[in-house]
Design a protein. Structure first.
Length: 319
């Protein structure tokens, strides 16, 4: 890697980091403000129903408490998720429901298809002059997909689904692996864990409220009774749902802010490593065709870092 490319990539990563920091600040202020306003309004309505007059000065500490709780909870989720994913390899395995394939000489990879996958990854690592990454296999996922991460100590990880291992030709598998290797070589994979933690921190209120409101439909057989319970849960958790929608919007903006440009660069680098364009084209076509073929899909917060998104979104907000 020459000096120009090294410094240009470092500069690009610094711009991405500054962009994430700016969006995180805006998102945090928004979450805190909405949480504070919702708490103050709830306190005002409860006081009005009991005949107690509440002044604006009395609502200020209530607003501050609601903002602090909302913001503090999001920061805690971001911190703990980042620590787990950045420092613990087992946390990454559990998050993606994957298993570690080890290396070519390991007893954990005796099957021919696993050895072919590991051989391709080793070839692409040599071609890109990076150390051999750890390999995770998403055995329960029959779609064609992959991802790349960088943990503490520059420990690199590449995850590949069982569908990609089994359905792609060698040239197509090379292209898919080269795409993820390019994310590591270009420094993009180092951003993934940070972005993943931020997205979970901003989405947790929405995901929790949706899970609580949808709980009756998973428990009760009677649709009418489940709808009745869900209706009242919606009334109770409606404010949290609205607050969560803002967090989802911030998370989607974060993904859109950095995702597309780096994917184009990774595609170009993959062609450079493999010297083939047909393999990448074939892999993309098959990945799109097998998008709905899956066993266990990655969680939506990780969709941004996959080779192709495992979800067909109706809108940018609910992707």
């Amino acid at each position: 890697m020459d000096k120009v490319s090294f410094f240009s990539r470092q500069d690009r990563l610094r711009r991405v980091t500054r962009r994430l920091l700016f969006l995180s600040t805006i998102g945090s202020l928004g979450v805190g403000t909405i949480g504070g306003v919702a708490t103050a309004l709830a306190h005002y309505q409860m006081s009005s129903r009991t005949g107690i007059d509440v002044t604006l000065a009395e609502l200020v500490p209530v607003f501050a408490l609601g903002a602090a709780v909302s913001l503090g909870a999001s920061v805690l989720v971001i911190f703990f998720r980042f620590v787990l994913l950045h420092y613990r390899h087992t946390a990454v395995r559990r998050f993606f429901h994957a298993r570690d394939l080890g290396d070519l000489d390991s007893d954990t990879a005796p099957r021919p298809e696993n050895r072919r996958l590991l051989g391709v990854i080793e070839e692409m690592a040599i071609a890109s002059t990076i150390p051999m990454p750890r390999v995770l296999l998403l055995e329960e996922n029959t779609s064609i997909n992959s991802f790349a991460l960088v943990q503490r100590g520059e420990q690199t990880i590449i995850g590949v689904t069982a569908g990609a291992r089994d359905q792609l030709s060698r040239d197509e598998l090379q292209a898919l692996v080269a795409h993820e290797i390019a994310h590591i070589a270009n420094g993009d994979a180092a951003i993934n864990i940070r972005l993943l933690a931020l997205i979970q921190g901003f989405r947790w209120i929405y995901d929790t409220s949706v899970a609580v409101i949808g709980w009756p439909f998973r428990v009760f057989d009677s649709f009418k009774f489940a709808f009745f319970i869900a209706f009242y849960l919606t009334i109770v958790f409606g404010a949290f749902f609205v607050l969560g929608l803002f967090g989802v919007g911030v998370a989607r903006i974060m993904q859109a802010a950095i995702a597309r440009q780096r994917e184009y660069l990774a595609d170009a680098s993959a062609v450079q490593f493999t010297r083939l364009t047909a393999g990448l084209i074939g892999a993309l076509r098959k990945a799109d065709a097998f998008r709905q073929s899956y066993g266990r899909r990655p969680t939506k917060v990780a969709a941004f870092m996959m080779f192709v998104s495992p979800y067909r979104a109706r809108t940018w907000l609910f992707r």
